[in-house]
Design a protein around this ligand. Structure first.
Ligand SMILES: [Zn+2]
Length: 70
C-alpha cells in the first residue's frame, strides 16, 4: 500500500506512532492514522485530538518560554 494517505501517515514520527491525546481530559487512544486522514480525525471532549503527548507539549511550551526570556 503506497497511496497518499499511507505516505502522510508514516511521514511524521508522531503520526507513525499512531497515538492521540485529548487536550482537555488527557484521554489517549491508538489511532489508525491512514484511516483517520481518510475518514476524519478522532475527537474527544468536542475537540480534535492531538498527536503530541502531554510531555512533548510541556517541553515545547518550556522551550518557547525560554525563548521569550532572551
Ligand atoms: Zn477528552
Amino acid at each position: 500500500m503506497s497511496d497518499l494517505y499511507h505516505v502522510l501517515a508514516t511521514a511524521h514520527p508522531s503520526l507513525k506512532r499512531g497515538r492521540v491525546w485529548c487536550y482537555r481530559c488527557g484521554y489517549t487512544e491508538q489511532v489508525d492514522t491512514a484511516s483517520a486522514f481518510r475518514h476524519g480525525w478522532p475527537k474527544h471532549c468536542g475537540e480534535t485530538m492531538s498527536i503530541d503527548s502531554p510531555e512533548e507539549r510541556q517541553r515545547l511550551r518550556a522551550a518557547y518560554q525560554e525563548e521569550q526570556r532572551e
